[in-house]
Design a protein around this ligand. Structure first.
Ligand SMILES: [Zn+2]
Length: 47
């Protein structure tokens, strides 16, 4: 269970805002599942 980064209030896993202080929680975005098939784009990502 995540906790508020500001006040330490336990939050729901899907909570984006603290219910106590309203601090926005830094939720990591889901990893991209799409694999670029464009070779040029792939070269850019490999830099
Ligand atoms: Zn809080």
């Amino acid at each position: 269970m995540p906790f508020c980064e500001k006040c330490g209030t336990p939050l729901h896993d899907s909570a984006k805002l603290c219910s106590n202080c309203g601090e926005s929680q830094s939720v990591l975005p889901p990893p991209p599942r799409k694999i670029p098939r464009n070779s040029r784009f792939r070269n850019l990502t490999c830099l």
